[in-house]
Design a protein around this ligand. Structure first.
Ligand code: SF4
Ligand code: FES
Length: 257
């Protein structure tokens, strides 16, 4: 394990209101992997001062911009919308941009690892393709039988409410990559794909529900779920994923949705 320090760090990146007295010294223990350098991943420590009210994403930026420019991770919006910075922080899937350092027990090293169950490409970046393929497979778009309305497709507020929760998904993969079934069987569609299917199956304007249910009735579909609730606990959007999965299972049995 190697250690990089920035003990003389000036707090230029801290919020304007932060003073030197606000800063604490934190160790970030990051899982590093560069297939061009070594075959195996290893831990690397970075120790520096930072305002604990900052987010883990800010700490990763500090490391990348001031200590080690080779550190590789994904992020885009930095505000919990794009879903690109899901990672395992202190052993739990979270969005780095929504995780405050002060909430991570900063007296101890804060561990940061890539999400599990997907191949690591470099450092915290995983290959998301199997995840997105499962999403594509459940047809995440409105399916109709061609009866085009002359105006918009109307829907009651009550019908809209039926699938409101699953519209909140930002495709971060925190759920799927926290699922032990997915870890052991990369073929399982995973919780996100079922959430994505739920969003359309229960949409009164959609006519592709039967098709999606058949896809999820397959060997690698919804019946693989063991109701561990890991997905629901991991979701940064607070989606009741296990409930959505149960509703899809019920729809498969009753064919009512
Ligand atoms: S259901 Fe939640 S955890 Fe899963 S991909 Fe969507 S937002 Fe992320
Ligand atoms: S960077 Fe977009 S959700 Fe975190």
């Amino acid at each position: 394990m190697s250690t990089a320090t920035l003990d003389k760090h000036e707090p230029q990146d801290a919020p304007a209101s932060a003073t030197a007295a606000d800063l604490i010294t934190v160790t970030f223990r990051i899982r590093r992997f560069n297939p061009e350098v070594a075959a195996d991943a290893s831990w690397e420590d970075f120790r520096f001062e930072i305002d604990p009210k900052e987010r883990v994403l800010d700490a990763l930026h500090k490391i990348k911009w001031e200590l080690d420019g080779t550190l590789t991770f994904r992020r885009s919006c930095a505000h919990g919308i794009c879903g690109s910075d899901a990672m395992r922080i202190n052993g739990r899937n979270r969005l780095a941009c929504k995780t405050l350092i002060k909430d991570m027990n900063p007296e101890k090293p804060i561990t940061v690892e890539p999400i599990k169950g997907l191949a690591v490409l470099k450092d915290l970046v995983v290959d998301m393709e199997p995840f997105f393929q499962a999403y594509r497979d459940i047809m995440p778009f409105l399916v109709t039988k061609g009866n085009e309305p002359t105006r918009e497709r109307l829907q009651s507020a009550e019908d809209r409410e039926r699938f409101d929760d699953t519209t909140k998904c930002i495709l971060c993969a925190a759920c799927t990559s926290s699922c032990p079934v997915f870890w052991n069987d990369g073929q399982y569609f995973g919780p996100q794909a079922i959430v994505g299917a739920h969003r359309f199956i229960f949409d009164s304007r959609d006519e592709g529900g039967e098709q999606r249910l058949e896809i999820l009735n397959s060997k690698e579909g919804v019946w693989r779920c063991r109701t561990t609730f890991n997905c629901t606990e991991a979701c940064p959007r607070g989606i009741e994923i296990t409930k959505a999965i149960q509703e899809v299972k019920r729809a498969l049995i009753t064919r009512r949705f």
